[in-house]
Design a protein. Structure first.
Lengths: 214, 719
C-alpha cells in the first residue's frame, strides 16, 4: 500500500515535472523575442531567426520557435531588399513544420495566410486570381479556429482592404474587421505578462487599416 | 558521511559546469571559398550557438562539455555536423565549407524546344491566365499557343501546327495520359478547337521539338496539360455567353474536392444576327458534361479523376467549284467521351510513383451528299512510371506504357466496313545529371512495339543546358521520333510503318525580372512519310516512301516590366520546309507551313476602369496550293494572312467578369487556299473557289459569375 502510494506520488511528480515550464527554454525564447523587436537589417533578422531555429532544433516538440522563425523570415521579405520569393518559400517551409507539431492552431494558420499574402504581393497581376481566395480562405480558417485571435482578424482586414482598393468598392468590411481586431488586441494585452511567449504582434497593422477608414 | 560526500560531489560537479565554458570560433565559407554569412552554428541539443557574420566568422560560448556535435545549417545548403571535444576554454575550428543544395530555383533548366505555362515553375513563357486572356485565342488553349514561336496559324483548320509539321504530329496529353481526338470533329474548312476548358489546368508544357522520352507517337511536338490539384473552396460558376452558357459546381474540403460542370453552346442565335460567309443548314451546337475530382490520400498521395462526355454537330452546304447551286450538304454529329484517373505519390526516400489509365472514345456520323459514314475511334492508355532522385544532382525517370487502339469506318447504306485493332507497348527511361548548378545533361531512350505492324523501334533522345550568364541559358536538344500514320491511312493498309523524324535544336533563353528573350534555331528531317496515288479523299497504293525537312529559327520577346500594367509579347518564326508526301510527286512546301509567321499580343490593365484591354495581331506570308491551270505542284501561294483581334475584360466585383472580344476587327478577307474542279470546263480551265473564313469577324460576349458560400464570407457580411 505504502509502496503504491509512493509510486503514485512519484508518478504525479514526474507528470508535474514534465508539464512544468523548462526555464532554459523560456529564457532562450524570451531573449530571442526581445531581440526580435530590435531587428534593423536583413543580417540581424537572419541571426534572430537562427536563434529561434536553434531552439527549435533542441526542443523539437515546440511549435513556437518555428513559428517565430517563419514570422521573422516573412517580415524580412516585406521589409528588406532580399529575394522575396525565396524568403517566403522558406517561411512557408518552417510554418508547415510548425503545423505538423501543432495541427489546427489558429496562430500558425494565420501566419500561413500572412505568408501567402506576401507571395501574392510579389506578383499580384499573375498570382492574384489564384492566391487571393487562398489567403482569404486561410484567414477564415484561422478565425474559425480561434475567434479571439487578433492577428487572424486583422490580417483578414488587411486582405479585404487590398481587395476593396483594387475593386474600388467600399472599405466597410475591412474597417469592421480592423475594429474587431483592435478590440481583440486590447483583450490580449491584459494577458501579457513578463513571461508571455505567445505571438503578440500585429497591432500596428490593425491600426493602419483602422486609420485608412477615417 | 555519505551525504557529505554527495554534497561534495555535487558542489564539485556544479563548479565544473560553471567554470567549464568553452569559446568556440571559426569561419564558414561557400564552395568557392567566399565567406558565408548568416549560417546557424550551434551545439546540437543545446541552445548555445550563433550566426556567422558578414566575413563568415563566428564565435560563441558554451557551457556544454565533453564530446559534442557542432552543427552548421543554413536553408538551401546541406547541413554539416562535426564532432568537437569541449575541454579547453578555447576551441578554434578550421574553416568549413558548406555545399549548396541543388534545387529547381538555383539550377539550370533545359529550355530547348520547351515552353512552359505554369505558376509554380521558373522559366515559364506563359501563365495559365494568359491563355484565357489572349484575344485571338477565344479561350482555346491551342489558340493561345498559336501566338508562340514555332507555330503557324492555319485559319481553316484551327489545330496546332508546329514547325512544318501537320496537326497530327502534335501529341496531346492530360496529366501524362494521351488524349485521343482532343479536337472537336468538324467539317472540312470549318476551324475546330480543343475540347478541354483551359480552367481545368494549372499548367501546360508545350514542346516544339526535341522533347522528353516520356512522350512518343508525335513527330513534331508534345503538348502536356496538367490538371489542377485540390480546389480551395466550394463555389458555383455561372457563365452566360453569346454562344451559350454553363454552370459548374465545386465542392471542396481539406481532403477532397469535386467539380461538376455542364455547358451548352449553340451558334444559331448568333448566326441569325451576324452575317455568315458559309451557308449553314444547322449552326454548330454542342452539349457537354464534365467531372473533375481530386483526393488527397494519407501520407501525401494524390488521386485525380477527370471525365468528360459531349455531343454536338453541324450541317452546312459546301459549294463545289464548277458546279452551280448550293453545293454539297454535309451533316455531322459527334459523340465523345474521355475519362482518366491517375495517382501520384512522393516518398521520403526519393521515389515518386505514378500510375494512370485513360480512355478516349470518339464516334462521328457524317453524311456527305448521299454518302453516310460512321467512324469510331477508341484509345486506351495505361501508364506506370517512377522517378528516383539518387541525389540532388542525379535522377532517373522510368516507365512502361500500353495502348489499345481500335478504329473503324463504315458506309452505312452499303453496309461496308473496315477497321483495325492495334496494341502498342512502350518502355522509356530518362536520366538527368547535374554536373554543376550551371550544367545539366539529359539522356533518354524510348522503345516501342506495335503488334499490328509487327515492328519495334528505339528512339534515343538527348539534351543539355548550360547557364552562360546570370540570366542567360544555352540549350541543345536532339532526338529521334516515330509516329504511325493517321488512322484513315492505316485502316486502308495496316502494314504501313512508322514515319520518322530527327530533331536538332539550339536555344538561347534570357530571363530577368519580367523580361524574356528566347531565340531558337532548328533542323528537322522527315523519312518514311506516307505517299499515295490519287486524291486525298480516295488514296491508292499507300506506302512509306515520302521524306522531307524543316529548318528555320524563331525569336520571342516578352516584357511585363517596361510599361506599367502592360504585358506584351512579340514572336517571329521562320520556317523553310519541303516534303514529298501524300499525292505529291515532288518535294513541295506544305500548305500548312507558311514561311514567315509573326504575332504580337498586348495586354494593358487600367486600374481606374477595372479593365484589361487586349489586342493580338498575327501575320503570315500565305499558304501554298496547287493551281492545275499551271504546271507543277504547290505552284501558287495565297496572299498574306492577317488577323487583328481585340478584347475587353471588366472586373466590377471580385466574383464577376464581363468579357468581350472581336476577332479580325479589320475584316481582312483571308484566303487559306483554293479548291479546284477535278475536270476542266469547256474553255479548258479548272474552275476554282477560294477557301475562306466562316465569317469576316467573330464577336464574343460573356458574363462569368462566381458564387461562393464560403462560411467566412457570410461571417464578413454580418459584421
Amino acid at each position: 500500500m505504502k509502496k503504491s502510494l509512493f509510486t503514485f506520488v512519484l508518478s504525479l511528480m514526474w507528470i508535474t515535472l514534465a508539464f512544468a515550464a523548462d526555464p532554459a527554454y523560456e529564457n532562450a525564447m524570451k531573449k530571442q523575442i526581445a531581440a526580435m523587436s530590435t531587428i534593423q537589417s536583413a543580417d540581424e533578422s537572419q541571426s534572430v531567426a537562427n536563434g529561434f531555429l536553434r531552439i527549435a532544433e533542441a526542443k523539437s516538440e515546440e511549435w513556437l520557435p518555428l513559428y517565430y522563425a517563419a514570422y521573422i523570415q516573412s517580415t524580412a521579405a516585406f521589409r528588406f531588399e532580399v529575394n522575396k520569393d525565396q524568403f517566403f518559400d522558406q517561411a512557408l517551409e518552417l510554418v508547415n513544420k510548425a503545423d505538423k507539431i501543432a495541427p489546427n492552431n489558429s496562430e500558425i494558420t494565420a501566419l500561413k495566410g500572412y505568408i501567402i499574402m506576401g507571395k501574392l504581393s510579389v506578383d499580384p497581376m499573375n498570382r492574384g486570381q489564384e492566391m487571393s481566395p487562398l489567403a482569404l480562405q486561410t484567414f477564415g480558417k484561422a478565425i474559425a479556429l480561434d475567434k479571439e485571435n487578433p492577428r487572424a482578424t486583422t490580417l483578414m482586414a488587411q486582405m479585404e482592404l487590398g481587395m476593396s482598393q483594387f475593386f474600388g468598392s467600399g472599405p466597410e468590411k475591412a474597417c469592421g474587421l480592423a475594429r474587431v481586431g483592435l478590440e481583440l488586441y486590447a483583450k490580449e494585452e491584459t494577458k501579457i505578462t513578463d513571461g508571455y511567449l505567445l505571438p503578440a504582434w500585429g497591432k500596428n497593422l490593425a491600426e493602419q487599416v483602422a486609420n485608412s477608414c477615417k | 558521511m555519505k551525504i557529505r560526500l554527495i554534497l561534495l560531489a555535487y558542489f564539485f560537479l556544479s563548479q565544473t559546469l560553471a567554470f567549464g565554458q568553452t569559446l568556440i570560433s571559426g569561419k564558414v565559407l561557400d564552395e568557392k571559398g567566399n565567406p558565408l554569412p548568416g549560417v546557424n552554428v550551434f551545439i546540437k541539443g543545446s541552445f548555445d550557438g550563433t550566426s556567422s557574420d558578414t566575413s563568415g566568422a563566428f564565435e560563441f560560448e558554451t557551457t556544454e562539455t565533453g564530446d559534442q556535435l557542432l552543427a552548421f545549417s543554413m536553408m538551401g545548403f546541406k547541413t554539416q555536423e562535426i564532432y568537437v571535444a569541449l575541454s579547453a576554454p578555447k576551441l578554434e575550428i578550421e574553416a568549413l565549407k558548406l555545399v549548396e543544395e541543388y534545387n529547381e530555383m538555383n539550377t539550370v533548366t533545359i529550355s530547348a524546344g520547351a515552353m512552359e505555362a505554369s505558376d509554380e515553375k521558373k522559366s515559364v513563357i506563359l501563365r495559365p491566365l494568359d491563355i484565357v486572356t489572349t484575344p485571338s485565342a477565344m479561350g482555346d488553349i491551342v489558340g493561345a499557343f498559336q501566338t508562340l514561336p514555332g507555330t503557324s496559324t492555319v485559319g481553316n483548320d484551327g489545330r496546332l501546327f508546329v514547325r512544318g509539321g501537320d496537326a497530327s504530329e502534335v501529341g496531346i496529353y492530360i496529366d501524362g495520359m494521351r488524349v485521343g481526338n482532343a479536337y472537336g470533329t468538324t467539317a472540312g474548312n470549318v476551324p475546330t478547337r480543343t475540347r478541354f476548358n483551359p480552367n481545368l489546368f494549372k499548367g501546360t508544357f508545350f514542346s516544339t521539338g526535341g522533347y522528353s522520352a516520356e512522350f512518343g507517337q508525335a513527330l513534331s511536338s508534345a503538348l502536356a496539360l496538367n490538371t489542377k490539384d485540390l480546389a480551395i473552396r466550394s463555389q458555383g460558376d455561372l457563365s452566360l455567353m453569346s454562344v451559350g452558357g454553363g454552370y459548374a459546381h465545386t465542392l471542396a474540403n481539406d481532403k477532397r474536392s469535386i467539380s461538376i460542370s455542364g455547358n451548352i453552346f449553340d451558334l444559331t442565335p448568333y448566326q441569325a444576327l451576324v452575317k455568315q460567309n458559309f451557308d449553314w443548314e444547322r449552326s454548330p451546337y454542342g452539349l457537354d458534361l464534365e467531372v473533375a475530382a481530386q483526393h488527397k490520400l494519407n501520407k501525401g498521395g494524390l488521386l485525380k479523376v477527370l471525365a468528360r462526355t459531349e455531343t454536338g454537330g453541324m450541317k452546312l452546304w459546301q459549294p463545289q467549284p464548277g458546279m452551280d447551286g448550293k453545293g454539297i450538304l454535309v451533316d455531322l454529329t459527334n459523340n465523345y467521351t474521355y475519362a482518366q484517373t491517375n495517382w501520384r505519390k512522393t516518398y521520403e526516400n526519393g521515389w515518386t510513383l505514378f500510375s494512370g489509365v485513360s480512355f478516349s472514345h470518339n464516334k462521328d456520323f457524317i453524311s456527305y451528299d448521299d454518302l453516310d459514314v460512321e467512324r469510331k475511334n477508341n484509345l486506351t492508355h495505361v501508364k506506370f512510371s517512377t522517378i528516383k532522385d539518387f541525389s540532388d544532382r542525379f535522377s532517373a525517370k522510368t516507365g512502361v506504357e500500353y495502348f489499345i487502339h481500335d478504329y473503324s469506318e463504315k458506309l452505312v447504306e452499303e453496309d461496308l466496313d473496315r477497321s483495325f485493332e492495334e496494341n502498342e507497348a512502350y518502355l522509356f527511361t530518362e536520366w538527368d545529371w547535374y554536373l554543376t548548378k550551371k550544367f545539366v545533361l539529359r539522356g533518354g531512350l524510348r522503345a516501342g512495339h506495335s503488334k499490328l505492324v509487327v515492328d519495334q523501334w528505339l528512339d534515343p533522345r538527348a539534351s543539355l543546358a548550360y547557364k552562360i550568364s546570370e540570366f542567360g541559358t544555352l540549350s541543345l536538344a536532339a532526338g529521334r521520333f516515330h509516329q504511325l500514320p493517321v488512322d484513315n491511312f492505316r485502316v486502308l493498309d495496316v502494314t504501313l510503318k512508322n514515319s520518322e523524324s530527327k530533331h536538332l535544336i539550339l536555344n538561347y533563353l534570357f530571363q530577368n525580372d519580367g523580361r524574356t528573350f528566347r531565340a531558337e534555331t532548328f533542323y528537322k528531317s522527315y523519312d518514311q512519310l506516307v505517299k499515295f496515288e490519287g486524291y486525298p479523299q480516295n488514296p491508292q497504293n499507300l506506302r512509306n516512301e515520302g521524306s522531307g525537312f524543316a529548318k528555320g529559327f524563331d525569336v520571342f520577346f516578352r516584357d511585363q516590366k517596361t510599361f506599367k500594367n502592360t504585358d506584351y509579347w512579340v514572336t517571329y518564326s521562320f520556317v523553310d520546309s519541303e516534303r514529298s508526301y501524300n499525292q505529291f510527286e515532288t518535294n513541295v512546301q506544305p500548305d500548312f507551313a507558311p514561311t514567315h509567321n509573326f504575332s504580337v499580343v498586348v495586354k494593358h490593365f487600367i486600374v481606374k476602369l477595372k479593365s484589361q484591354l487586349g489586342a493580338s495581331y498575327s501575320f503570315n506570308d500565305g499558304y501554298t496550293y496547287t493551281d492545275p491551270n499551271f504546271s507543277g505542284e504547290m505552284n501558287s501561294k495565297t496572299s498574306a494572312y492577317q488577323n487583328l483581334s481585340i478584347s475587353w475584360s471588366y472586373l466590377p466585383k471580385p466574383n464577376l467578369i464581363i468579357h468581350a472580344a472581336v476577332t479580325n476587327v479589320l475584316g481582312t478577307e483571308n484566303i487559306f487556299g483554293y479548291s479546284f474542279a477535278r475536270n476542266p470546263n469547256e474553255q479548258g480551265q479548272f474552275e476554282s473557289l477560294p477557301i475562306g473564313q466562316t465569317a469576316p469577324r467573330f464577336l464574343f460576349v460573356g458574363v462569368f459569375l462566381t458564387l461562393s458560400k464560403d462560411k467566412n464570407a457570410n461571417q464578413l457580411n454580418n459584421l
